[in-house]
Design a binder for this molecule. Sequence first.
Ligand code: OAD
Length: 269
Amino acid sequence: MEFRYKKIVFLTGAGISAESGVRTFRDTDGLWENHRVEDVASPQGFKRNPALVWKFYSLRRLQASEVQPNKAHVALADALHSLEQASVRALLITQNVDTLHERAFGALPNKNFIDIHGTLSRSRCTKCNKIFSDRWAYFNEEQQPAERHADHLWSNPSLTNLLSMPRRNPQGIPLSPCCSDLLRPDIVWFGERPHGVENAIEQLTSCDLFVSIGTSGNVYPAAGFAAVARKAGAHTVSINLEPTENSAAFHEHLHGLATEKVPDFLKKI
Ligand code: OAD
């Protein structure tokens, strides 16, 4: 297969998962499932009340496990595979923590993937930062300590450091097998440094096509990626339901549903 571009960077946000049934951020009045963002998505919130944070993320793991990748996730996973076969360099950067890209990859290699805001399917030791693949829900829907498996959060056989049910402290907070200190979700919270930004910037400054999908362009650094790529000479495309905060950084705007626009667009590159 022949492609027009030599190096492509895709960026996705909550809009790509909306049709799978995952809620986007901007329509929730700054509240996530009735919690203030700073209580459940900040290091200070975790320090104040780790049980509340684990109740919140346990529920999100269970919810994410119940939804499926949609046509847009699958088309992107297939495109990454075809591009790699054709020696076109491609990178997928996502702001989503919902695991749907990983699940659309299935057993396909996904080394060209950066989850800059982390993922629901990993936990991290607060002492030594060791990362674990983790699909346990430590609290149930009634916010009681539980030992539930969010079964569909992953099925990739090549994952490492799979966490069997860890020990928990008297509040029900999981403890790391390495240091017996608190485990936390491997999610990038407000005030923390996103994962893989140096690598992302390096790829952005040398790509010839940048495609943003389903992100409102509100949260940096991702909101600035289009401008970086454009300045470096890339053609920039936004696929979104509506104009975004950073619309001016795009040469081309495709307004509509991700499940329709993404597969159509990918056929043309
Ligand atoms: P937002 O909720 O801010 O934006 C989602 C965008 O997707 C909006 O512009 C919608 O118009 C668009 N959209 C919704 N449904 C769509 C569909 N079916 N097809 C195409 N587009 C659709 O989500 P993000 O931009 O991802 O950060 O938010 C960025 C970050 O802000 C998140 O990663 C999160 C949040 O605070 C952290 O968790 C650190």
